[in-house]
Write a protein that binds this ligand. Structure first.
Ligand code: NAP
Ligand code: MG
Length: 485
């Protein structure tokens, strides 16, 4: 058999500095108390850079800068001028996309194939899309500016937005937060995740390059405490959070009773439903994409496979054959399908839940797969014989681990799919259009994919039901979260 030759992407496009400050009021500054932490490459445990740790005083400085920029510059600026800055940022992102993709893979551990072909194109598309809305807010369906002919409410920005994002799609989550906020006329203070701050800091440099007025975008790096100080700051008008349901709950409690508007994008445990008439090879590609894309660090991952009993054996056989072809290893190798787990902490959560799965009686299977010695790795894994009571069927694993359950009738598939506290996404595989519609109608999930999975587009709203959160990001709906309507 032929072996793959190594095909590494060059790191030389990335100009890493030994240390980074906080980005406040258009400049990189030292944190008030001088604290710092390290960001590492999870594929090698190599230290990439020393990152400033923002405290309450720094958060306060950033919020003041954002307030001043909102009052003096960005709030009063006509939408068509805000649009020019957003288009400029979008173009610079495209121009520097190789650099951003390599840096994202270095800091996060995701395969370059994904950061280059999925994350970065979507990041640029998001800025282009919302740039287009900036001068058309009156036509977004939230009312027109009052004239002598008519009066009433019309869309206005909220003010200063506090935004906290997770590590699984660092730059894409930044784009989902910053692009609509700025288009709508708000200014922002954003805290990236502790393990993946580097592309947000490069984005800060891009804001400088685009001559974005100082204070419109502020990036305060740090851990959970920095995030808490930000969302609890008295002078923010809006909190937007993406992350775990537990932290989301704490944030909802913290802002309750205040004037702050809140949107939460939280966890998921999506069902990927394969009916007996589904094209098996396509469905298997969709199952693999659904759970092994981005090492399964995806909130809308298809982590519960529901397969109709009559085809279960055939689907599992094809799935195992396909999994044996997945290439795990160096994220910067262009042939890599599965990169590193983002952190030691996340790896131990995945291990704990898979051990629970085995202990509760489900059967664990992984293809033969050699794991690199350094770094954090987990082989692609499936569990069969899973029941709805098992922890691996109820809790979000957030790793490359699929739980397989079976069903006999469409009604049973719907019942099982909805039997979860989450409701972010779902997938349906069948040849019959009427069955797609019947099923989608009954699924309590924010996004339902039919005969595909993990497809994203800036024009399409994304968000959850139940414990997956509230509010929508993307599309016209995504503007509403940043407007007083
Ligand atoms: P997490 O622990 O909730 O962290 C998310 C962000 O919140 C990080 O920046 C974190 O800082 C910060 N944070 C932690 N404690 C905080 C507090 N008390 N107040 C304010 N901020 C705080 O979640 P994660 O483990 O990074 O991300 C995985 C979760 O995100 C999964 O459950 C996944 O489903 C969800 N997710 C949802 C979506 C969606 O769109 N629905 C998208 C992606 C991910 P540190 O990094 O320093 O801890
Ligand atoms: Mg890192």
């Amino acid at each position: 058999m032929f072996e793959y030759a190594p095909a590494p992407e060059s790191r030389s496009v990335v100009d890493l500095k030994p240390s980074y400050g906080l980005f406040i009021d258009g400049k990189f500054v030292d944190p008030a108390d001088g604290g710092s932490f390290k960001s590492i490459n999870p594929a090698s445990e190599e230290v990439l850079a020393e990152i400033a740790e923002g405290g309450a005083q720094d958060v306060d400085r950033a919020v003041r800068a954002a307030r001043k920029a909102y009052d003096k510059v960005w709030g009063p600026m006509p939408g068509r001028d805000r649009a020019k800055y957003l288009f400029r940022i979008a173009r610079i992102i495209q121009e520097r996309s190789r650099e951003l993709a390599v840096l994202e893979s270095l800091d996060n551990g995701k395969p370059i194939k994904e950061s280059r072909d999925v994350d970065l194109p979507l990041v640029a598309a998001h800025f282009f899309y919302y740039a287009g809305w900036a001068d058309k807010l009156e036509y977004a369906g939230f009312g027109r500016r009052p004239t002598s002919q008519h009066s009433g409410a019309y869309p206005q920005p909220l003010g200063v937005a506090a935004q906290v994002i997770p590590w699984n799609f660092p730059l894409l989550m930044l784009a989902w937060k910053i692009a609509p906020a700025l288009a709508a006329g708000n200014t922002v203070v954003l805290k990236p995740a502790e393990t993946t701050p580097l592309t947000a800091l490069l984005f800060a440099e891009i804001c400088q390059q685009a001559d974005l007025p100082a204070g419109v975008v502020n990036i305060v790096t740090g851990a959970g405490e920095t995030g808490r100080a930000l969302v609890e700051h008295a002078d923010v008008d809006k909190v937007a959070f993406t992350g775990s349901t537990d932290v989301g709950r704490a944030i909802a409690r913290a802002v309750a009773g205040s004037r702050k508007k809140l949107t939460l994008e939280l966890g998921g445990k999506a069902a990927n439903i394969v009916f007996d008439d589904a094209p098996v090879d396509q469905a298997v590609e969709g199952i693999v994409n659904g759970i092994f894309f981005n090492q399964g660090h995806v909130c809308c991952a298809g982590s519960r496979l529901l397969v109709q009993e009559s085809v279960a054996e055939q689907v599992l056989e094809s799935l195992k054959r396909r999994m044996a072809q997945l290439r795990l290893g160096d994220p910067l190798d262009k042939n890599t399908d599965i990169g590193a787990i983002n952190s030691a902490a996340q790896l131990s959560r995945i291990r704990e839940l898979t051990e629970a799965g085995a202990a509760e009686g489900a059967q664990q299977w992984s293809p033969p797969c050699e794991l690199p010695e350094r770094g954090f790795w987990f082989a692609p894994t499936i569990f069969t014989g899973v029941t709805q009571a098992h922890r691996i069927a109820r809790e979000e694993i957030f790793g490359p681990v699929l739980s397989v359950l079976t069903f006999r009738t469409p009604a049973e598939a719907v019942e099982k799919a909805n039997n979860t506290p989450y409701g972010l996404s779902a997938g349906i595989w069948t040849e019959k259009g009427s069955r797609i519609l019947w099923t989608a109608d009954r699924l309590r999930a924010g996004v339902v994919w039919a005969n595909t999975f993990n497809k994203f587009d800036p024009t399409s709203p994304f968000g959850g039901y139940k414990e997956s959160g509230y509010g929508r990001e993307g599309g016209r709906h995504g503007l509403e979260a940043y407007l007083n309507v």
